[in-house]
Ligand binder design. Structure first.
Ligand code: GLV
Length: 309
């Protein structure tokens, strides 16, 4: 019986295979679904961007794990085997990398460092160059959102968070529901999107919601591209309602060469790498779920099918 790893090369399937074998040398692993000779042997699959319907090929599958925090890629497959539990990852290192990225972006803006980079001849020595806004708001207060909140609290930011169901997070002003969303947005200087992609969060960031932000607020999207209505963003930047945007995720990835976001001066683009999945760090969690799955025990980080994450 064995564990199948089906990941794009860019996500390092071999690194995950080695990390799992370091922990459990006897483990039978198949790396790449094309290398599966006997589909009956596959009991657990770790996937990212797998071909639709692939998982129906394995009649003895006991659980499927997404190779990231997000469940949307897995759930986008309309041909998943019925009744097989789905799990995702939660990981401290991934949360640290995400926090580091967000801190870097927010501080670049707050201290206007990119403007200095563009204008090395600036000579007004001693001019104050610090945006006074201190309110950072996070959409999505799950594992990543809460970890990010802690880091910004330590840096002295006022941190708010909005989530589908109300959360209690020490030091964070927590909001949920539509009215509360407006209450949070109107005081926001930096808005960070970490919402999972579900039917409810698709197109959530649009002209209406982003116009509620404090004038000149800065948007950072590290959740999913589908949450942002892309054509609404540029007018908001051009009018000055938003002072800028940093986008790590896009409706279509990789972002097309000719996409208007690439040329816009107020948009900072990164290639979906605000965080990534470190094989060594997630291998113990994957192995634990594999063991639980084959012995019929309760799995860690089960995906909630009713809510879609
Ligand atoms: C990355 O996008 C993830 O979901 O982990």
């Amino acid at each position: 019986m064995s564990l199948l790893i089906s990941l794009p090369e860019s996500m390092g399937p071999q690194a995950l295979c080695s990390a799992l074998l370091d922990l459990e040398p006897g483990l039978k692993i198949m790396t790449g679904h094309k290398n599966v000779q006997n589909p009956d042997e596959v009991e657990f699959a770790v996937v990212w961007n797998h071909p639709e319907g692939l998982l129906l090929n394995y009649p003895n599958l006991k659980a499927i794990s997404s190779y990231g925090h997000g469940a949307d890629g897995l759930l986008a497959d309309s041909k998943l085997p019925e009744g097989v539990p789905l799990v995702r990852l939660t990981n401290e290192t991934m949360a640290e990398w995400m926090s580091e990225y967000l801190l870097a972006v927010v501080l670049l803006q707050r201290r206007k460092l990119l403007q200095h980079a563009e204008n090395p001849g600036f000579v007004e020595w001693g001019t104050a160059a610090r945006h006074p806004g201190n309110q950072l708001s996070i959409l999505g207060l799950g594992y990543l959102g809460q970890a990010v909140a802690k880091v910004f609290l330590k840096m002295g930011f006022d941190v708010s968070g909005w989530s589908r169901s109300r959360k209690e997070v020490e030091g964070v002003s927590c909001f949920s529901g539509n009215e509360a969303l407006t209450e949070m947005l109107i005081k926001t200087d930096y808005l960070v999107n970490l919402l999972p992609l579900t039917t409810e969060t698709t197109d959530f960031l649009n002209t209406e919601t982003l116009s509620k932000l404090k004038h000149g607020a800065y948007l950072i999207n590290v959740g999913r591209g589908q949450t942002l209505v892309e054509e609404d963003l540029i007018p908001l930047l051009d009018e000055g309602q938003l002072s800028g945007a940093c986008l790590d995720v896009f409706r279509t990835e990789p972002l097309a060469e000719a996409h208007p976001f690439r040329k816009h001066k107020k948009i900072l683009i990164t290639p979906h790498n605000s965080s990534s999945t470190p094989a060594d760090s997630v291998a113990p969690q994957i192995l634990e779920n594999y063991k639980r799955a084959i012995s019929g025990r309760q799995l860690l980080n089960l995906i909630d099918l009713a809510h879609g994450y």
